[in-house]
Design a protein around this ligand. Sequence first.
Ligand code: C5P
Length: 244
Amino acid sequence: MENKLIVSLDVPNLKIAEKLLDELCPLVETFKVGSQLFTAEGPKIIDLIHKKEKKVFLDLKFHDIPHTVAETARVATALGVFMFNVHSAGGFEMMRAATTAAKKEAERLKIKKPLILGVTLLTSFNQQMLTETGVTKKIEEYVLQLAQQAKEAALDGIVASPQELKFLREKLGKDFIMVSPGIRLQVTRYPLSATRFREDDQKRISTPAEAIKDGADYIVVGRPIINTKSPIEAAKKIIKEMKE
Ligand code: C5P
């Protein structure tokens, strides 16, 4: 179960990232580098994680014309990351260009091709926010359409809300990788019957246990770990919940 937890290093610089890495390395196998840290530090952060013999999920959610995304996929592959992602809304051609380029580059360098994931609909969206973008479909329908396109384009999997995992797993089969952010621990509130989540900006959330039960191959957790007094204790708690 330990290997299913990906910790999101959503911090401003290398120094803070290294402190977190050193604390979490005994427990965590894969770290996610997103646009904040990558914009600040560039490939240095990838090298640092690799030096500590850990894997990188490069979460830059590429979304551009197919040629640009293909060239970027080539560079991400050469960095030796374990996985990276593109926005499925970028379309079939763009996703296909990314997989083809990554495959060719991995063959050329004689390394393993990174897993490429399609981001379906961000977990910070609810139905009203989706409608406001001009998409009139229901969230489930829209997410399924994006996920199916990702599969047709030979991506290895998707990033999806834990709330959609069960139904996506049924539709997409068991070999398609599903990664879920939007993970929150339940906080018990008095009276005891009432529970609440600290949601932050996330909308379509679940607990670690539910996400795993519903078929997540990996869960991505940021603030519930990195914004606590003891990130290692928070990570332990999440792993314990995943096992339940
Ligand atoms: O702090 P929190 O656990 O909400 O962090 C979730 C992380 O996962 C953030 O880095 C966010 O950018 C990322 N993410 C997401 N939804 C997606 C893809 C990535 O929240 N669909």
